[in-house]
Design a protein around this ligand. Structure first.
Ligand SMILES: Cc1cc2nc3c(=O)[nH]c(=O)nc-3n(C[C@H](O)[C@H](O)[C@H](O)COP(=O)(O)OP(=O)(O)OC[C@H]3O[C@@H](n4cnc5c(N)ncnc54)[C@H](O)[C@@H]3O)c2cc1C
Length: 257
């Protein structure tokens, strides 16, 4: 049951409400998670009238407001097709129409291809109050313990790098048990994120080039054992997927030249 319901018409008012009341109010994005898993809420601050659903492109940067629903994000011109593929893999059209980017980042687990891809892209999150900017890779490991603010307002990333991901699932409609996402910038900087195991995706490599990415993936998932796949399987297959990703990026660079 929801005790109190607020629908502020600005980010400032939302932040004020979330900071007051002893911090007992929760932001409400699309409600797809809150309505399923929270049985007793003191109150919610509905973000739908705060104007946070905007998508801006400035130069090579994209800034996506936290209340943008996943379906609207998929419609963005020039959005990397791998992001669209990842979102489509994670959730159906109905949920994409409701779930917001902010809600997704706060709740999704390691078996989300979309979150693994965003981690590989090294996205920056903006939190209020005080406009605190934090890299997703720094925030994810402490997501359950401390928050940089009361409200995630924006997610920003670079549109230039090549991005690919590969995954394994038990069936085409099942959630992945292993995800490898690779981003490579023009400088050669290569960032590899692994998903499919644990509470959140992790970084296996972030270096000046892709050399050693296979070993890094094997080491990062060396003990990645759960009910869905053995550690032996994950440490054997993750290196193969990352090599496949790097080959795909090489092919993309070849066709761009
Ligand atoms: C059918 C179905 C399938 C799903 N499949 C997957 C899947 O494959 N992989 C996966 O990882 N997840 C999956 N999910 C879970 C999904 O990640 C969440 O339901 C969804 O992303 C939550 O988004 P929302 O906007 O509805 O958030 P809400 O339900 O509104 O909120 C979720 C949490 O985020 C907080 N929050 C929301 N917005 C903000 C903000 N701007 N700032 C700070 N905190 C905020 C809320 O307070 C709450 O704690 C699935 C959910 C459903 C219903």
């Amino acid at each position: 049951m929801i005790g109190e319901y607020y629908r502020p018409d600005s980010v400032e008012k939302a932040v004020e409400l979330l900071s007051a009341k002893g911090g007992n109010l929760r932001p409400l994005g699309g409600g797809t998670h809150l309505s399923r898993f929270q049985t007793d809420l003191q109150g919610v601050v509905d973000l739908q009238s705060t104007g946070l659903e905007k998508i801006k492109v400035a130069g090579q940067q994209i800034m996506v407001g936290a209340t943008t629903c996943l379906d609207a994000l998929m419609e963005t011109p020039n959005l990397d097709a791998e992001i669209t593929r990842a979102i489509r893999l994670d959730v159906s059209k109905n949920i994409r129409n409701m779930a917001t980017l902010g809600g997704w980042l706060v709740t999704s687990d390691a078996r989300s291809a979309f979150s693994t891809v965003l981690l590989a892209l090294d996205v920056t999150l903006t939190w209020e109050p005080n406009h605190v900017q934090v890299r997703m890779g720094d925030w994810l490991p402490i997501r359950e313990m401390e928050s940089p603010g009361v409200l995630l307002t924006e997610v920003e990333w670079d549109l230039r790098p090549n991005l690919v991901f590969e995954y394994v699932a038990r069936s085409p409609k099942d959630r992945p048990t292993l995800i490898v996402a690779v981003t490579q910038w023009g400088s050669g900087r290569t960032r590899v994120a692994l998903g499919g195991f644990g509470p959140a995706p992790i970084i296996a490599l972030d270096g000046p080039e892709g050399t050693g990415a296979d070993v890094a993936c094997r080491d990062a998932y060396f003990e990645a054992e759960d009910a869905w796949a053995s550690a032996a399987y994950r440490r054997e297959v993750a290196p193969k997927l990352v090599v496949r990703c790097l080959e795909r990026i090489d092919a993309m660079k070849g066709s761009e030249a």
